[in-house]
Design a protein around this ligand. Structure first.
Ligand code: FPP
Length: 266
């Protein structure tokens, strides 16, 4: 049944764009974000607009994600983090949750090898132990396969919430303090970062959200402290590598001050 619903999926011909690809003509290579995070919103609205089921929107969303990951590889980004399933998404109808879980599983089965060939390091953020045993196994298998890769860090937030992540980090540090391994006054920002799910990643430079809403929705609350934001009305299935490049170009024009003053402008 699932094969029918997912519909082939191997016909995709979009390849990793080369540095001299016309797609990248407008890119200022010295002003690229290093870590981009995306809230992939609007699959359901897109499907409704096409007279399709919400599930078709999620399937179309997978294709968009494949293209955007390849574009991130071509750009040589340090990290791409995507919000695939929040701790709040369990409130959706059972059939939709079930569909999304099957979609993640299919995605890993189909895409893992090609990601590996593209030197991608995959990593999952969130309460992975809340996913099915089968999916947890696939997650571990994919992370292990790509553990030694040195290219784009591709983080998939699944059963993830920013507040929940901070709660888990706090519990970990509190346990260490309670057992005498850590003095509370020694807790530093670096230690917090090293204990979050995103340990080893740079701070988020740019958050992209599709589909018109302009909010963070409990995504990367700590990591996005100084991020720039870029919004588009396009639904996620309509989001293209060209639009992704638009976001990169726009980011290159931003004046980032990190709470200080820009010497040239002030
Ligand atoms: C938001 O659209 C999207 C999601 C909750 C799921 C995101 C999942 C994908 C893009 C599928 C691919 C992901 C992986 C990792 C294989 P929505 O359903 O909230 O849309 P709506 O706001 O229009 O209802």
């Amino acid at each position: 049944m699932w094969n029918k619903v997912f519909g082939g999926g191997t016909e995709d011909t979009f390849e990793v764009p080369k540095k001299d690809s016309p797609l990248f003509d407008r890119i200022d290579w010295n002003r690229l974000p290093r870590h981009v995070a995306i809230i992939m919103d609007g699959n359901g609205r897109w499907a409704k607009g096409q007279g399709l089921l919400r599930s078709a929107g999620h399937t179309a969303g997978v294709k968009t994600l494949k293209h955007i990951l390849k574009t991130a590889v071509g750009l040589g980004l340090d990290a791409l983090t995507v919000y695939a399933f929040s701790t709040e998404n369990w409130k959706r109808p059972h059939a939709e949750v079930d569909f999304l879980m099957h979609l993640f599983s299919e995605y890993l089965t189909r895409e893992m090898q090609e990601m590996h060939e593209n030197n991608v390091q995959i990593h999952f953020l969130g309460r992975i132990d809340g996913l099915s045993e089968g999916l947890q196994h696939q997650v571990r298998e994919a992370e292990t396969l790509m553990r030694d890769n040195t290219g784009v860090k591709f983080n998939i937030a699944a059963n993830y919430g920013g507040q929940d992540e901070i709660l888990r980090m706090t519990q970990t540090l509190a346990k260490r303090a309670a057992s005498g391994q850590l003095r509370p006054e020694d807790i530093s920002e670096q230690m917090i970062e090293d204990t979050l799910d995103t340990h080893g990643n740079l701070p988020v430079d740019l958050v992209i959200r599709t589909s018109g809403d302009q909010r963070l929705s409990n995504f990367l609350l700590w990591q996005a402290a100084y991020a720039e934001f870029w919004f588009t009305d396009a639904n996620w299935p309509e989001f293209t590598p060209e639009r992704f490049v638009d976001a990169m170009v726009d980011f290159g024009k931003r004046d980032r001050r990190f709470g200080g003053l820009n010497e040239k402008k002030s």
